[in-house]
Design a protein around this ligand. Sequence first.
Ligand SMILES: Cc1ncc(COP(=O)(O)O)c(C=O)c1O
Length: 459
Amino acid sequence: MSQLIGHQIQESTEIQKTISDLVGSVQKLNAQLTGIKPIHPEHAESGKREIEQAGKIRGRPLHFNYVGSGAGHGAYVELEDGSVKLDLINGIGIHLMGHSHPKIMAAAIRGALVDVVNQGNLQPNREYSRFLEKIVGLAGKRSRLKYGWLATCGTMANESALKICRQKKTPARMVLSFKNAFAGRSTMMAELTDNPAYKQGLPEYHEMLRLPFYDKRDPQSIEKTLTQMKEHVAKHEGNISCFVFEPMLGEGGYQAAPREFFLPLLEFCKEKQIPVWADEVQTFTRTGELFAFETLDIGNYIDVCTVAKTAQVGCTLYTEEFNPKPGLIAGTFSGTSAALSVGIETLEILTKEGYLGKNGRIMDIHHKFIGMLNELNETTCKGKLQDAGGLGLMVAVTPFDGKKEQVDVLLKKLFDKGLIAFSCGKDPVRVRFLIPAIIKDSDIQVAKSLLENAILEGV
Ligand SMILES: Cc1ncc(COP(=O)(O)O)c(C=O)c1O
């Protein structure tokens, strides 16, 4: 049988060799980036111009003095001002494999060689179905999730999820969700998000029913949340479209909750036939298993699950019963060919190279990173880096008294010293790290010394 030209392009040994030579040449240059470097005097001026211009043209200065040069190596990234930083935030969690991972680069090039840059839901290419096959297969191992629909980001995946739940429970409109939840930036996801700073001037639609998240300091926490859920349901019986939750509050402060917290809530939803939607946009691939619902062993309760970020595209996963009627979810874009190809490769690497499971590299990194923060808190930075915790590659710590002004100063200081981190939570505000899965133990020691220096200088 003759081979399709599209398949010949992907499988040609000549093209594969060209890709590997190309990646090899780029890697040779990137390999020079082995550690942090300060701003280079020769690039200081032009770098500053780039940063100022980016801020000027969007009407708001950049949060950090960060414009990437296009080079990076593992956990390190080179900026336009010639500095090299240890990147522990990775585009708020997109670059799970760090910067310029050779397999990720090769996958992106393979994707770039297909006939179209963007794929769509009407005319998909093979990457579309390969990605969905893979993620649905993996999701279905420990849940009833059976189908997936692509979107371009987490917000749009969440929009599809909410529509699916609402259609299933029509005409119900109310949504059970946690205090301090974050769900994205569309009108509806801003409503679902519990942060007034993200919706200044927007009308309230009064469709959210809030529940307190787990509080490890309160022995009554589980009971209180369940009672609140029961009260909401009693008051709005028949008008609840779903219960949506982040398995660990992301923007809300990186406070993890045990399985025992979720179980009674999920059992109650099951009893009342309230759809359960897990927003795993931030937790996907990070908690030691692919899905946090696996880490928490609650997969059987999940009706709908959303992912994005490390997947490189948004995706809404759902069970047989939640497959929506035609017309409800669609959209022009389903992701770029390169993004889909990289999404497939990321799942391949994660499942085949020892990253997952209790003894996998992700949990190894988690323990080492938390250990490092606790050690600082007990020794040179006594009491100034408290409550280190999180799940897998999502780690946060409360510096000083957890005041916003202190954390902002600390984060800028860390950035200037060469460590990129970010904040989360409101009270307290915490420093968070979205650690790349390829970080080396020696990089964790670099982070330690930068943190120690910055904390000892004070704010
Ligand atoms: C839990 C959660 N849901 C949804 C989103 C929105 O995803 P995106 O920014 O890709 O639209 C985010 C982004 O941070 C998130 O953390």
